[in-house]
Design a protein around this ligand. Structure first.
Ligand SMILES: [Zn+2]
Ligand SMILES: [Zn+2]
Length: 339
């Protein structure tokens, strides 16, 4: 299903849910509306061969919503992003100002004007659906539900969440609580279209999600499986001890991911290098190629055709002029091996 079509000069981009799985911009002769139309990417979008036609590989970064959610696509455009990730509210506060119709309108217009899509939201860091503390658990439940409702309003297709920390209650108990909370949220929001993505984590402290099996265990307990997916963070899996350096290592790690979770559940990739060494279970993001990971893992991912349709988002440090994002995106685009 195609939600809407954007035309930018000679280029054409579909934004929306092309299937129940992906939110991507795509350019393909097979798509009726585009028959015979020339599709030239601008704004740095890269056309790569994908199943069922050429695909604009969506690359971007997390963008600030200071001053209003509609700012994010404009920042994205300035930083040569094809797509961006946002918080739908201030990430360090429980409270959220309700979204008005005008907020939503401006947000959708911003995407149309810039051609920069918002492919995902990220939930607040305060939320812990694994918490053994009843009060915090209920607060997290309410807050997560509200964030999903905000995504529905803003037509953001997926929301990435850190699974949560068990805080001493044990991994199994934590995983169960996460699944229970999500099942409760899903059944209380039967018409929601937002898919929740569990993010792979580095496993700092009692954070869950540092093993593919843990995410699979949560997914297994979810009743409505079309509402759950996964976000893979390159820095996190590296620091959690999944090797990505050599082609052989990369293939083995992705094979594990595919067998345990399933590539079809992978909806967003977070692109971060790691300040901390392999396997240390410390979550510190570094610029692409400047950290302990180096460029090779990113080269493998950028050239993995199975992942062409998965939007790839930077969460690396940056200043107001976004020059670090521009540089990181340039580096990533340069890694694509021309066919
Ligand atoms: Zn991340
Ligand atoms: Zn991180």
């Amino acid at each position: 299903m195609v939600n809407r079509l954007i035309k930018r000069g000679k280029s054409c981009i579909y934004i929306g849910k092309l299937s129940s799985v992906y939110s991507v911009a795509i350019c393909t002769e097979q798509q009726g509306d585009l028959q015979g139309r020339q599709c030239t990417p601008d704004g740095g979008a890269i056309v790569v061969a994908g199943q069922g036609g050429n695909v604009y590989m969506l690359l971007g970064a997390h963008m600030s919503i200071a001053g209003g959610v509609y700012h994010a696509p404009y920042h994205g455009k300035n930083a040569t992003c094809d797509t961006v990730q946002i918080f739908t509210k201030q990430s360090n506060q429980w409270r959220a100002k309700p979204l008005t119709d005008e907020d939503v309108e401006r947000f959708l217009t911003a995407q149309k004007e810039t051609g920069v899509t918002v492919s995902c939201a990220h939930n607040s860091y305060l939320i812990n659906l694994a918490s053994p503390n009843e009060e915090l658990y209920e607060k997290s439940y309410g807050s997560m539900k509200q964030e999903i409702e905000r995504c529905d309003m803003l037509k953001v297709p997926v929301i990435v969440m850190h699974p949560g920390s068990h805080v001493g209650s044990g991994e199994e108990a934590g995983l169960k609580r996460i699944a229970n909370a999500l099942n409760r949220i899903f059944s209380s929001l039967p018409d929601s279209t937002t898919v929740v993505l569990l993010e792979t984590t580095s496993g700092q402290g009692s954070n869950l999600g540092y093993k593919f099996e843990q995410l699979a265990a949560i997914i297994d307990m979810i009743e409505d499986k079309k509402r759950i997916g996964v976000c893979l963070d390159s820095c996190h899996i590296f620091s959690a001890g999944y090797p990505l350096q050599s082609p052989k290592d990369y293939r083995a790690t992705m094979k594990q991911f595919n067998e345990i979770i399933g590539l079809k559940r992978l909806r967003i990739i977070h692109f971060n290098d790691s300040k901390k060494p392999f396997g240390e279970r410390k979550d510190r993001h570094e610029h692409i190629g400047k950290g302990e990971m180096g460029l090779e893992p990113f080269r493998h991912i950028m050239n993995d055709r199975r992942l062409n349709r998965v939007p790839k988002i930077l969460e690396t440090p940056k200043g107001d002029d976004l020059k670090e994002d521009i540089e990181n995106l340039k580096v990533l685009r340069s890694l694509i091996t021309k066919a």
